[in-house]
Write a protein that binds this ligand. Sequence first.
Ligand SMILES: [Ca+2]
Length: 460
Amino acid sequence: MRFTRPCVLLCFMLVSCVHIDPVPVATAPGRPRLGDGTVLTDRGTRLRGVYWSLDMAGELPDRESVREIRDFGLNTLHVYAERHDSGVPAGSYVNRMDTIVKWCGEDGLYCVITIGCGGRNGSFDLDFARVFWNTYAPRYKDKPWVIYEIYNEPYAGWTAPYDDKTLAMEQEMYDLIRRRAPRTMFLLFSYSGALTVTHVRHDMDRLKVDWTNAAVAFHAYGGLVDKALPSLKAAGITAVCTELSISSPFSDEQVNACSIDTCEKNGISWLVFMEIKEGYLAGWRFKKEIDKRRLGWQPDFGTWPSGPSACVPPRDLALGRKTVVSSVENFQGKDLRGEYATDGDQTTRWGSAFAGDQYIIVDLGKAARFDTIVVHWDGQYAVEYEVLVSDDGERWRLIYSEHNGNGGDFSVYNKERIHAAATARSVKLFLKKRRMQYGFSMYELQIFDTTEEVLPPTGH
Ligand SMILES: [Ca+2]
């Protein structure tokens, strides 16, 4: 077709005025499938994603935040659609959920939909779940890019095996979803804690489920996936990590890069517990952390990040350093020595005498800058403590006080992150008040400089 000159001019003016998106238009993904022990895209690649919490305030993400997901090597949006503890009836956000599903399709993204728990993780509401899945299961049954995840962390035991009541809920929701969305891929359990093959098998065997288009969801907290994933794979259990992050030493960065590395090396699809907000994926957190830890994978869209994954963990300045403590508990004939808190072994611990006012001092060998201390407590954490530093081991200066410690939400993660910055040679935790009558006890005391640049690896 030939254009007349005015038409060409008009077209030129229009094009000049509108924003031109440089990313090619995506097509909606087809049905995911199982393969290699995980859920794969229709192209055979792994799911990799981030999340949006519609459940918390009922707000849509901004359109651009969804669109930019694929610019960061990702292909999935994990949506906590609604929650049972908000007083908002199930199904209330259906119009907003429609919008998110539509955007995902337009952007070539998979969309994993689940029920959030708000502030009540470790519980579920059966009536809420019934209404929720009766609303949503049929609604997106013909949207092949939508995946259903029955319920986020529904059980306060956090890991397998679940109790009878929770398994009954999983079974009922499985039956409901299968009936109303026969072809939709979906995920069960959403375990939070450490997994063992025996316990996961126990739960799987208790349910009547066709595992040819369903898989086990788990969350990779505490570095526990390192051991669990190879054994799950070896046992032929198909699994997807639907959250990883918070137990990173740098928990507020919400990217546990080394857990991503573990998932990549084991060929498991993964979703980071990192909300999409303007700028999060770009300069501020995701990209920075992935680059810093030298992670890579073959992205579905674009060219970042590329290359093999080779996670460089944060450097623990306390690891293997001389450690002095005020007292040592003898537990079942064995001394729980101070050095066990800095040996890098999560199974060994320091335990103090059964009294308040105890200390642990780590000599870093030379003056070093740090800004983060991570304590991996045993059940007996300090409610009140101080952090002091010294350059000569004699004169101490206070850099941090805690009067209401909770072990860092001990019941779930048992890691307490302390924001305490200094440049000094020795670090002392003066533990004043105990949670219970026993001694203070910690598995590991780690000290980090989160601003430290990761140097390129030398050699091979
Ligand atoms: Ca230890």
